[in-house]
Ligand binder design. Structure first.
Ligand code: DC
Length: 449
């Protein structure tokens, strides 16, 4: 059994708004019992019944299937499978609820439901008879009041915001009428429980009232606001100072790499109708990140053909389980393994190491190849690496139609580098990284047409 707080009081005293705020503060479940009476009135009216006809209301009760559900901690009223949370907030239903709540069978009908919710959770339950009838043993009982004029004033403003045409006089008349009904009915009339603490909110602001009642609950039950769980950052950025650029690779190896590059360009140009655009955007030195759309197995070669410094690139880890010769070849070429879909921190560390070593890094942010030529959704990993390494990011768009075959036109476009200053994130939270990822993906999309 959890902590039970009963919050009773007349209509319009602000019980529901206040209870919701207190529940959010203390991590309690808020139970609005008025909504249950309202849903019965809604059911009767909607099925052509008369809320003032007691016999009829009783005869309709077996058809009422009402449940309270909690969506992101907010209460929803589900009546016969339909979410009626908003529909039960009209003046007509308010009066109807007041009428049906005077029927003993209706109160009995809702009694078990209210009790069972209270038994399972730390709750703050608002109503009229919670402290007196439903939860006579509640840990804290509050009776919240305010003058009828002040309550009418608050409700009137609320209805006006919703575009309801009721006048202030009508609202005040309603409140007085409902006060009368609720306090004069025979069964469970609205009255303060002997052991309830009265809080008069007539001249208090909403926050003052919330604070006053929260203080009473805390004092009586020892309840405290739950500790906020700290969100674990995706990576501790302090472990990764930005990459120191400018490391030179072995000039002999670079010579042979570039020789090979020109040979491959020549061969590929013989086979395909291959064009490069924006080559002036490719830095002459290393430690750059190339972020490209992914169309085919040839993509790593296509991008590399314009890089004077060799690239490293991530390859799915399954590839590293193939034959020794194959694994040796892709490693020599600069591939390193990444576990897909796991936010692999090792892959991030390796990426940073490769960039530190003076090589470039090639990333396909989409993760997998796109078969229809459209750029898919990028993964956040690219933003994480860019933010950690703070090396220029060069967007690349690989364009061709259909399948790669002899004389197929291929256009590889290099975009303007995204500068390291644009990659800084102050807090490495998901929101900032998503934004950075969008910047990178948008620049790739611009190059694909
Ligand atoms: O709190 P509310 O305005 O949503 O309540 C609607 C009606 O239901 C109100 O006129 C009194 C009645 N009610 C009740 O009799 N007992 C409760 N525990 C809650 C509400």
């Amino acid at each position: 059994m959890g902590i039970n707080v009963a919050l009773d009081g007349p209509s319009g005293a602000g019980k529901s708004t206040i209870a919701k705020k207190i529940a959010a503060k203390l991590g309690f479940v808020y139970v609005d019992t008025g909504a249950l009476y309202r849903s019965i009135a809604y059911y009767v009216i909607n099925n052509g019944g008369d809320v003032k006809n007691t016999e009829q209301v009783i005869s309709m009760l077996p058809g009422v299937d009402v449940k309270l559900k909690y969506k992101r901690k907010a209460q929803c009223v589900i009546l016969c499978g339909e979410d009626v949370s908003d529909k039960i907030r009209t003046p007509e239903i308010s009066m109807g609820a007041s009428a049906v709540s005077a029927v003993p069978e209706v109160r009995e009908f809702l009694f078990d439901l209210q009790r069972s919710i209270a038994a399972e959770n730390n709750i703050i339950m608002d109503g009229r008879d919670i402290g007196t009838v439903v939860l006579p043993n509640a840990d804290v009982k509050i009776f919240l009041t305010a003058s009828a004029e002040e309550r009418a004033n608050r409700r009137f403003k609320e209805l006006q915001e919703k575009g309801d045409p009721s006048t202030y006089e009508e609202v005040l008349k309603d409140i007085n009428q409902r006060d009368y009904n609720d306090t004069h009915r025979e069964i469970a009339p609205l009255k303060k429980a002997d052991d309830a603490i009265e809080v008069d909110s007539t001249s208090m602001t909403l926050d003052e009232t919330v604070d006053a009642i929260t203080a009473i609950i805390e004092e009586k039950t020892g309840a405290r606001p739950p500790e906020k769980k700290e969100r674990k950052p995706l990576l501790d950025f302090t472990d990764y100072p930005p990459v120191k650029r400018g490391k030179k690779l072995n000039p002999v190896k670079l010579f042979f790499y570039n020789l090979l590059r020109y040979i491959v360009i020549f061969l590929l140009k013989c086979w395909y109708d291959l064009k490069f655009e924006g080559v002036e955007n490719v830095p002459k030195d290393g430690s750059n990140i190339f972020a490209s759309n992914h169309r085919s197995m040839l993509d790593p070669v296509l991008v590399e053909l314009q890089c004077r410094v060799p690239n490293s690139f991530m390859a799915k880890e399954e590839l590293f389980e193939k034959g020794k010769f194959f694994v040796g070849l892709i490693k020599f070429w600069g591939a390193f393994p990444v576990a897909r879909g796991k936010g692999d921190t090792d892959a991030i560390k390796l990426s940073v190491e490769k960039l530190e070593s003076g090589r470039n890094l090639l990333i396909f942010p989409e993760g997998t190849r796109s078969h229809d030529g459209k750029v898919g959704r990028g993964k956040t990993g690219v933003a994480l690496i860019a933010a950690v390494a703070q090396c220029p990011v060069i967007p690349v768009g690989i364009n061709f139609e259909g399948k790669l075959k002899f004389r197929r036109k291929i256009v590889v476009r290099f975009g303007k580098p995204i500068r390291p200053e644009q990659l800084k994130v102050t807090t490495p939270g998901p929101k900032e990284l998503k934004l950075l990822k969008s910047t990178i993906m948008d620049s790739i999309i611009e190059l694909v047409h």
